[in-house]
Design a protein around this ligand. Structure first.
Ligand code: TRP
Length: 362
């Protein structure tokens, strides 16, 4: 069977290192593994509009920003199709038919939807479009006949809902849709990077992000101001590792070879942690090391982003071509769906023939 990846991001802001660690880094590995026949990476603008319908300019402003981030981390248009959701109208069409296969109470039980309704104070008046976005997400996945959907753990309920829709569709209309599998991030540390303020989630509204587009000076400032252990006041005080953002980041970014290069006083991260816990190791030293370690990964991304920023015509063209490729793929699925649902009236003249027979004409 064909191995196909589909995944994407809402373009409500530039992408940050939380996105990078949680998903982008993995996507690039998967892309370069050569194990997949097709890879589709979607800028989910239609989904972004479900809770930003009154701010389309924000969404528009971020289409090319996200594309720049994609290219900067190493997504390669030769290997992955980068496209924009709204430019594939088949996705909306599919959503309309999938709506018949899902109950209101089922969507209401979707934990991600529940959480987002609270977050947005939608309780009393949930826009129908927003309410239906899990169904639309099932269209995104199935339209491309994705077999693998690499996403963060917060998207698990969406995949579950999608799988139910596939199951339902296939049992009602016959085997048509491909059943997708979720692919979660591989290590616990990579699952979710906290904000620089120590809050669980890195998010634009909290102002605690490090963006892929941030320059070296900004990253330095953000790292040097990072939340650590509030009880670690003097260097000689014993320090705590748990909940200490600097160490959480080190768990994610640091590799053994970094010590020889940037901090030969220690052999590995465990030694640093032991010293910190014992007391006698100051935050500034650890932060400087973290900065070096992070910069090793972020500097090349920043440099590539800068190159693409000087070449926006190319970026624009990549997206435009990607949308055409994506649309062809979705249209093929739509054709199968129309056939399965018996609404392919004009593909053949079967309907006409049947009607004629009914009326005794041959
Ligand atoms: N909901 C995803 C997010 O918020 C974005 C998304 C939209 C997506 N459609 C998708 C992810 C389909 C994977 C598959 O990040």
């Amino acid at each position: 069977m064909e191995k196909v990846i589909l995944t994407g991001d809402r373009p409500t802001g530039r992408l940050h290192i939380g996105h990078y660690v949680g998903s982008l880094r993995r996507r690039v590995e998967l892309q370069n593994s050569g194990e997949f026949d097709k890879i589709f990476i979607m800028i989910a603008d239609a989904q972004a509009l479900t809770d930003n319908f009154d701010n389309p300019e924000k969404v528009r402003q971020n289409i090319l920003e996200v594309a720049l981030d994609y290219l900067a981390v190493g997504l390669d248009p030769e290997k992955s199709t980068l496209f924009v959701q709204s430019q594939v109208p088949e996705l909306t069409e599919l959503t309309f038919y999938y709506m018949n296969l899902v109950t209101v109470s089922r969507v209401q039980r979707n934990p991600t939807v529940k959480a987002e309704i609270q977050l947005r104070n939608f309780e009393a008046s949930i826009p129908v479009g927003f309410f239906c976005y899990p169904i639309s997400q099932a269209s995104d996945i199935t339209a491309f006949r994705a077999t693998v959907v690499p996403v963060g753990e917060d998207q698990e309920p969406m995949l579950e809902q999608c799988r139910e829709i596939v199951h339902k569709f296939n049992s009602v209309y016959g085997e048509t849709l491909t059943m997708p599998e979720i692919m979660l991030p591989d290590t616990k540390a990579a699952m979710r990077l906290p904000g620089t303020d120590g809050k669980a989630k890195m998010s634009k509204s909290l102002g605690n992000c490090i963006y892929l587009a941030d320059d070296a000076k900004t990253v330095k400032q953000k790292v040097m101001n990072m939340y650590t252990d509030p009880q670690h006041l003097k260097v000689s005080d014993p320090g705590h590792i748990e909940g200490n953002t600097v160490f959480t980041y080190l768990d994610v970014f640091c590799r053994p070879e970094h010590f020889e290069k940037y901090w030969p006083d220690y052999k590995n991260l465990d030694e640093v942690k032991e010293h910190y816990k014992r007391g006698g190791l100051g935050d500034v030293k650890v932060k400087k090391f973290l900065l070096n370690v992070m910069e090793e990964e972020l500097a090349p991304i920043r440099a590539r982003r800068h190159e693409f920023e000087q070449n926006l015509d190319y970026v624009y063209d990549v997206l435009k071509k990607g949308c055409e490729t994506a649309r062809e793929r979705a249209a093929e699925t739509m054709k199968d769906v129309r056939h399965a649902m018996r609404i392919d009236y004009f593909e053949t003249d079967d309907m006409l023939r049947e009607q004629k027979e009914k009326y005794g004409q041959n």
